[in-house]
Write a protein that binds this ligand. Structure first.
Ligand SMILES: Cc1cc2nc3c(=O)[nH]c(=O)nc-3n(C[C@H](O)[C@H](O)[C@H](O)COP(=O)(O)OP(=O)(O)OC[C@H]3O[C@@H](n4cnc5c(N)ncnc54)[C@H](O)[C@@H]3O)c2cc1C
Length: 583
């Protein structure tokens, strides 16, 4: 998972948060009430710990740019207060479906008059090159993709708008790309053709144990909207990631061991397919499409306009952040891997190893959550300390509300939900864009001592690289097991049900940094990932989409690929929705 930084009270030399001076765990046990909340480092703050060690400014995944921008949003397009327009489950033909369902008559390249006509047909705005909002409307989350130049961005405010836009694109031979949070690691929610932005269809509507969530809702608004009703769904950490991309590719989060993936909690969805039809996909309606949309990856089968989720009651949750000296990293890795994947479902944990180009000692950090009492959490952590053979040098535990925990994990504490947005998504927004390359692995066997040695060398090698300003990188392991692994690999399109842990190799830099250092960091990351081939399973996470992968069909989907291809053939026979790693 990728995580972001906020402006904690205890900023380090680079202005980034540093771990607070916290009572050691036994003192925490003695603590009768809620601990006083210090400046809390979010989990990916581990990268910044390394930055402090290395004297360089490391980037976390979700922040770091000085240049505010948008990821699928215009200033007028604030998620706050937006309502779901997609409706819940009605499989009704869109008003635009008549044109779209007879879509394929190519009528030549779109002329200005055609663009003007379709703009009139849409209830949301259509932004074209040369218009005032274009420079921000075209941007994705990562400034790496700022040079992409779509022919238009349609802010679809309804399924009808989606159907109309798809029909227009087909008529004029324009490629299309659906866009929600704009966090695709490959930039594949942009196109030289027409971006179908769904962020106008945002909002959370709760009814009993279920919630209808507009497909354009960003994660922090999902958490905020549900928390107001005492409910939650498992999801990722980065607050500006879109619910659509996350859910369609799986969705790994800090309570996934307890409640499963985001997509495991999906009861039904509404989707506009390539023929312009607005369809419901659920266990009883279009069941193959429902199966495919739970892990088959965004951008493959149509444009989702709303999701209906099973929700869970949420109350207090324990957060913990632990660190050890790098000299003990080998024992921490061995201890963590024997502990985290086998812990009770209530516990989730990750392990971060991080370094900086030209930096000092790398860092090793363990973070996590526990659904239960502080005593219960500490009892579990004692098992980790025993497995490692030593107590952490900087332990931190906190019992807090679910929503605050999500803000911490997002790197937004002590901000509000409104502040936990890009400035262009919400006027109060303080969040920043960031640049980062990512690669992934799943591990189905514990790392051998050779594997641990390779891992440590891989991290340390970054110190030898001549990197970019603000450069940093590392590897983050997320514990699997629990509810995620109790689902059969073929039950949904998400096949990775036997992993002990997932890994994300990342390297980031200050956006706009000179390319030579970035290229060196990229080479380091690729070489690190290659060195781990003997130890990894060969699977990769489809949500950490990786243009490097040549065997992506097998890596993302394994034995489920054949069925995904059949579903693709049924719902998008002309491959209207395509990109370099499309089904
Ligand atoms: C900084 C960062 C942090 C992350 N943290 C996590 C994490 O904690 N857990 C986790 O599991 N993953 C995480 N991810 C991965 C994330 O889940 C994927 O990148 C996801 O695809 C992003 O979704 P999006 O809507 O933001 O992106 P987008 O770029 O908008 O979309 C991603 C893909 O889905 C398609 N798509 C978008 N909207 C729709 C729609 N309405 N219908 C159909 N297709 C659509 C796009 O065309 C594109 O192919 C993170 C990624 C980043 C960059």
């Amino acid at each position: 998972m990728a995580h972001a930084a906020g402006e904690g009270e205890g900023s380090g030399p680079s202005g980034r948060p540093r771990p607070p001076a916290i009572a050691e765990p036994r003192a925490f046990l003695r603590f009768a009430g809620r601990p006083r909340r210090p400046a809390i480092p979010e989990r990916r703050a581990f990268l910044r710990f390394a930055a402090a060690a290395g004297g360089a400014t490391l980037l976390s995944s979700c922040t770091g740019s000085d240049a505010p921008g948008t990821a699928g949003g215009t200033p007028a397009n604030s998620a706050a207060g937006a309502t779901t327009t997609g409706g819940a489950n009605g499989a009704v033909p869109s008003a635009g479906a008549s044109a779209a369902s007879n879509p394929a008559t190519y009528s030549g390249p779109a002329r200005p008059a055609d663009w003007a006509a379709v703009a009139r047909d849409l209830s949301g705005p259509l932004v074209r090159p040369g218009e005032g909002d274009y420079a921000t409307a075209k941007l994705l989350f990562d400034p790496r993709f700022d040079s992409l130049h779509p022919a238009g961005i349609a802010y679809c405010a309804s399924p009808h708008d989606v159907a109309t836009s798809v029909a227009f694109a087909r008529r004029h031979g324009l490629p299309v790309a659906a866009r929600c949070g704009g966090h695709s690691y490959a930039g594949w929610s942009s196109t030289r053709g027409l971006i179908l932005d769904v962020t106008r269809m945002a909002g959370v509507s709760v009814s009993g144990g279920t919630a209808v969530i507009g497909a354009g809702t960003r994660l922090i608004d999902v958490y905020g909207g549900l928390a107001a009703h005492g409910r939650g769904v498992p999801g990722g950490s980065c607050p500006t990631v879109g619910i659509a991309g996350l859910t369609l590719g799986g969705g790994v989060g800090v309570v996934s061991r307890a409640y499963g993936l985001t997509s495991d909690n999906l009861l039904s969805l509404q989707i506009v397919t390539a023929d312009g039809q607005v369809r419901t996909a659920s266990p009883s309606r279009n069941p193959d499409l429902y199966w495919a949309c739970r892990g088959g990856g965004g951008g493959n089968f149509g444009v989702v306009t709303s999701f209906t989720f099973r929700t869970h009651p949420v109350g207090e949750i324990i957060l913990f952040f632990l660190s050890w000296p790098w000299s003990q990293a080998s024992r921490v890795i061995a201890g963590w891997q024997s502990w985290a994947p086998h812990a009770p479902d209530a516990l989730w944990s990750n392990l971060h190893l991080a370094a900086a180009p030209g930096g000092g000692t790398p860092s090793v950090e363990v973070g996590g959550t526990y659904l239960g009492s502080a005593g219960g959490a500490y009892a579990e952590l004692e098992k980790l300390y025993a497995a490692v053979g030593s107590d952490p040098s900087s332990p931190y535990l906190e019992s807090t509300s679910w929503l605050h925990a999500m803000l911490v994990e997002a790197g937004c504490a002590p901000w509000t939900v409104a502040e936990c947005h890009l400035p262009t998504q919400n006027p109060a927004g303080r969040f920043m864009r960031a640049s980062e390359y990512a690669k992934s692995d799943f591990f189905t066997r514990p790392l051998s001592s050779n594997g641990i040695g390779t891992l440590l060398s891989g991290v340390e090698n970054l110190q030898l690289v001549s990197g970019a300003p603000g450069g940093g990188g590392g590897i983050a392991f997320d514990a699997m097991g629990g509810a995620v692994n109790r689902v059969a690999p073929g039950a949904t399109a998400y096949v990775h049900r036997n992993a002990l842990f997932q890994a994300q190799y990342t390297t980031g830099w200050t956006p706009g940094a000179a390319s030579a250092g970035v290229a060196n960091q990229r080479a380091w990351q690729r070489s690190f990932w290659r060195s781990m081939r003997p130890y990894a399973s060969g699977q990769a996470y489809q949500n950490y989409i990786d243009p490097d992968l040549t065997n992506w069909r097998q890596a993302y989907y394994g034995a489920n690929y054949a069925r995904l291809k059949r579903v693709k053939g049924e719902y998008d026979p002309d491959r209207v929705f395509t990109f370099p790693q499309a089904i």
